[in-house]
Structure formats: structure tokens, C-alpha cells
Design a protein around this ligand. Sequence first.
Ligand code: GLN
Length: 462
Amino acid sequence: VSSAELTSAHLARIEAVESKLNAFIEVSGEQALAEAHAIDARRAAGEELAPLAGVPIAVKDIVVTKGIQTTAASKILEGWIPPYDATIVERIKAAGLPILGKTNLDEFAMGSSTEHSAYGNTANPWDLERIPGGSGGGSAAAVGAYEAPLAIGTDTGGSIRQPASVTGTVGVKPTYGGVSRYGLIAMASSLDQAGPVTRTVLDSALLHELIGGYDDRDSTSINEPLPALVEAARQGAAGDLSGLRVGVVTELSGDGYQSGVSASFNEALDLLRGAGAQIEEISCPNFPLALSAYYLIMPSEASSNLAKFDGMRFGLRVEPEDGPVTAERVMAATRGAGFGDEVKRRVILGTYALSAGYYDAYYGSAQKVRTLIQRDFLAAFEKVDVLVSPTAPTTAFKLGEKLDDPLAMYLNDVATIPANLAGVPGISLPSGLSDDGLPVGFQILAPVKADDRLYRVGAALE
Ligand code: GLN
């Protein structure tokens, strides 16, 4: 098929299902079709093109796109049209992938259900009454519902992997520093990573190779070539994992994990055994502290990163209803009107945790926990090649079910957060359905810079 046919077919699918799903904040159909025609012409002229050239893609609306509105699902950025592209968007365009549009998310990527979006919630394609995960529910729902064959997500505490888990798609959080953060609207800079959302492990490897690798505009970018990811996926697809040592994380199972999730997880372990892998249990004793540390570090960094939304530099500006129009009062009025409740909650939490007198007790302790989690990973990876767990403790829950209970919402992230705190890469891929008929995600974690292992093991399971 031509890129124009492929792109039109996906735009038609978007047209048909968007009223039910709401996976996109903005569809850039005309631009996508123009790009598709341009790629077809270059191919017809005999030009050698990139492997994914002509395949359309959806991009999470927290990644900056030149000429296409970028909102981070916040009212504070409504109507903001960035004057530049994120590095990963530059790479996507250079490789000739038409951009279908920008996908929905929890405001500034804060949430696990995409219900905290200023542009309405996204539905789960498996059951429209349920959440598609978050924060990247739009990208996962778009891929799961065949609106897009590929999508970009970002993962600070699980926002690629948990939505993948509850929508039956594949999502990868690369090693921290493996994919450029230039042009991502920063949430928590020491945790944020962009990565692929796809329907197969091989597609994720192809997209990861396209967007990944060194970028001198990101000071934490790793200045080394990526491991051979596509090759690893192709190797894994042969299904032979003999000699591979797999550690099942003791702390990421048991209480709180739905029985259908555990059953599906155990079936996947049997498949790994069948492929020749050796399975053992590994304790990571500090993992139970990860969630509390994350929910201090993440709001602290976010409160600082969001300080730039002051009513003057970008997007929305609200002047106080009466009294003098001072910078401080414009800032307060704009932030009061422009930020949603969850964002305000985290800014307040973060500024409190960073304030003089509390800094050591909260932020300082959380950073110490972070070191302990890193040590747990290092110790575990001396014994095994990869660690595995369910991606999320439950299948997709009902819309509204956890919206008024932030702590219940945060608990969704227990299994995904340790990877962000330590910078290690992780993948979620479908391991079948739970007894409630909903998809379950299987998570594989590998050492820093060994992202190829995710693809080898993931492809063997597919
Ligand atoms: N659920 C996590 C949070 O709310 C996910 C964040 C993310 O990965 N962007 O912080």
C-alpha cells in the first residue's frame, strides 16, 4: 500500500470512532496526507527511505510539534502553537512518518487514567466504560483501536507502560538518557523518558531505533550508540531463550494484585520456561518504598518545571477581576484558572516538600530511597538478566472509580515506578486476558543501557 492509502485509512478510522474514544486532542489530517503524498513521490522516484517511512504515527500532546497546537491537556496552554519541534519529532519527520495528530493525556501527564485532561476523558477501546490508563491513555487507545499503527508516549512513572497494559498494546520506557527529552514539556526531568506505543514488539524496536540515540540538546542524553534493538527483536522472535535468567520480583505480586492478573502473569512465566529460560524469585526489599519516594520527587520537580506557566510566556493569560494588574496577581489568576485540581495538588505538595525546614525530611529522604532502589536493581541484575512482574496490579477500572481518591489512583503505579527511579528500561506487552475479559500487561525490566534484552525476551513471548 502507499503511504497516502495507509494514512487515509487511519484518518477514516479516526473519523469513525473518535466520538466514542476521544483519543486525540487534535487531528492534523491535512498535514499528514500532504506528508504521505510527498513520501510516495520520493519512493516512486527511487529514493532509499527509512524503514518506517510512510507509516503514520500519533504523538502524545506533551511533545512539542512545530505548527500543531500542543496543550499537555491543560487549559493553560490552549491554542499554543510551538515554533519548534522536539528532537524526536524532528527525527520522525526526517524519516517520513506522517503525524496523524496529538493524543490525549492527563494534564501535564499527571495521572493514571486520562481522566485529568482538560479536553475530556479517553475511553478504553475494550470497554468504553473503562479507563485507558494514564497518563498516555490517548496514545494507547489510538493504537489499540487501530486509529494509529504507532504512537509516541512519555513515561515518568509508568505513563507508557500502564496504558499499554490496560489496552492490550506494547509500550516501552527506554533507559533514561536513551531518547532525547528536548521538546518534551517537562514533568519531572530526572524521571521523564519518551518511548514507543505499538501493537507488536518489533514495531516498538523499529520506532525506538528511529527516535533514540544521542542528542546534544539534552544534557542527560547518553553519548553512545543504542544497542541493536531491531536485531534483538528478530532474534527473540525465534523463540529460543535458553540460558536466559529471569527474576520474578517478590515485592511486585501478592496483595493488591487481581487474581486474573496473577494468573495471566503465571501463564507468561510458563511460556518463558518453555522457551528455555530459567526462572527464579528475586527480592527487591526497597521496592515497597518506591511509590512514596516518587510521589515526593515527582511533584517537587514538577512544581519547579511548571513555574514557567506564569500567564506571560505561553498560552493563557487571565487578569485579576479587580484591583491592580501586577505580575504576581496575573500569575495567580492565570494559574488558578488554567491548572486543574490534580496539577494544583502536586504543585502544592512539591513546593511544600521543597520548602526550607522540610527539604531534608521529605525531598532528601526520598532521594535516599531512590539510591536504595537503584542498589536493589544492581544487586538483582548480578543474579539475573531481566526482572519481570505484572505491569499494573489490576485490569482497566471503571471511569470515575478512583477519580476522587488520589491515593487509590497512585497505587496503580506500584510496579512501574521503580524503573523510573533507577533509570532502567522497561517494556509492557500483552500477556492475554484476565478472567474479566480485559487485557493484562507483562512487564520486563533490564539493566541501564541493555534495552535490547526487553526486545529479545518480549519478542520471544509474542
Ligand atoms: N501515574 C503517574 C503519575 O501520575 C504517571 C506519570 C507519568 O508517567 N507521566 O505521576
